[in-house]
Design a binder for this molecule. Structure first.
Ligand SMILES: Cc1ncc(COP(=O)(O)O)c(C=O)c1O
Length: 387
């Protein structure tokens, strides 16, 4: 086993320090997310990555799982970076790339975060886990729990596409459908949890973030250790956005990259866009969004993210922005993207594409810049939303 530089957990807000194997899933002092910290003043060289397995565990030195035997791997990570040549030319963009997460186990980027959280939970001796989900995280938790022999309890809105429920049930998870949105699912789950289920609600535990951050390491590695000018990400709970930004800070501290030119963009759905609203007011948190619209992009129907302050911090620190798109725009974007590039995006991915077009039209994104779009999931899970 190679070295591991994981040292402790820290509250991002008050700086309180927790033991690295603590089961405190968030900071009990101020009710904010904990983040994993590493000794980044280390001798780990990026050259050592050559020849390592093509999955997220290739960055194991800066991941929280300490023992190889606890890593539960279904092949997550090292997803393709696709050059969007036709759309690049049509939009006169110097570089336009798609980080396509749809090929991950269970069809979404959730495999990274859940794979990491599950592996760490296994290391900590956890026997049962629970999650509120818009669909993809539930599928992923069910799969990883099945592989690890851990019990899974999934709470999802009843409007979630059926295939997600089927996915969870076929893998042996216990599924509860809830009349409401993901926050209502979370509330019911908390009521039902007598304390014996390990709760991995987005950012209420620190290790999903560590899985998601591997997208940031991969983007850098795939671009030969340079970073794009803009990354556009469909933001619900925000783990991917925050994680990619965290990876960039870590790489800079280790001397793997010299500077971070990247502006991070959050795309949300009009009618449930708390981050966009707060960004416009330049505030550091997001009040709960009341009466969120139904949307074809289930993953974006998040009226209140537990990691809201970290989302806002990422946007401000990176000089990024936030933009909303409608369901009609997503449908239009899906079709345009598929016809030009042969990729059937998830609705969340289509939101990213339309976010790009809006920012390009406003000249917030310039012709000479490089842009990475994240397609977070597989379109095929959403068929019933798209007919
Ligand atoms: C396909 C897809 N994209 C984006 C998101 C939002 O991700 P995050 O919660 O990391 O912002 C989700 C969450 O369910 C999702 O399933």
């Amino acid at each position: 086993m190679s070295e591991n530089y994981y040292t402790h957990l820290e509250c991002h807000e008050c700086g309180a320090v927790y033991d690295k194997n603590s089961k405190n899933t968030f900071c009990t002092k101020d009710n904010q997310p904990l983040v994993a910290r590493y000794n980044l003043n280390n001798s780990w060289s990026k050259d050592s990555l050559k020849g390592r397995p093509n999955n997220m565990w290739r960055y194991q030195e800066v991941l929280p799982v300490l023992k190889d035997e606890n890593k539960v791997c279904l092949g997550e990570g090292m997803t393709p970076m696709i050059a969007l040549d036709r759309l690049k030319d049509k939009n006169e963009q110097a570089q336009l790339l798609l980080k396509d997460e749809s090929g991950n186990p269970t069809g979404s980027f959730k495999a990274r975060g859940i794979g990491m959280a599950l592996s760490k939970a296994k290391e900590l001796g956890v026997k049962a886990m629970c999650i509120p989900t818009a669909g993809n995280a539930g599928s992923a938790l069910s799969a990883y729990c099945a592989k690890a022999g851990i019990e899974a309890h999934i709470f999802m809105p009843e409007t979630t596409p059926q295939v997600f429920q089927l996915d969870c049930e076929i893998m042996g998870a216990k599924v509860t459908k809830v009349d409401g949105d993901i926050s209502d699912a979370a509330a019911l789950m908390q009521k039902k949890n007598d304390g014996s289920w390990f709760d991995i609600t987005t950012l209420k535990e620190p290790f999903r973030l560590e899985g998601k951050k591997t997208m940031g390491y991969e983007i850098a590695e795939q671009l030969n250790w340079t970073l794009p000018d803009v990354i556009i990400y469909p933001t619900g709970g925000g783990t991917g956005l925050i994680g990619i930004w965290k990876a960039f800070q870590e790489m800079k501290e280790m001397g793997w990259i010299n500077n971070i030119p990247t502006r991070m963009v959050a795309v949300q759905v009009a009618g449930c866009d708390p981050v966009v609203q707060s960004f416009e007011k330049r505030i550091d948190h997001t009040p709960k969004y009341e009466n969120p619209v139904e949307t074809i992009a289930n993953g974006l129907r998040v009226p209140k993210a537990f990691g809201d302050k970290l989302i806002m911090k990422t946007l401000y620190e990176s000089n990024g922005t936030a933009v909303s798109v409608t369901d009609d725009e997503m449908k239009e974007g899906l079709s345009e993207f598929a016809k030009n590039e042969g990729v059937f995006l998830s609705p969340e991915g289509a939101a990213v594409w339309m976010g790009y077009k809006k920012l390009k039209a406003e000249n917030w994104i310039k012709n000479n810049e490089s842009v990475v779009l994240i397609n977070t999931g597989s379109a095929y899970k959403y068929v019933e939303n798209l007919y």
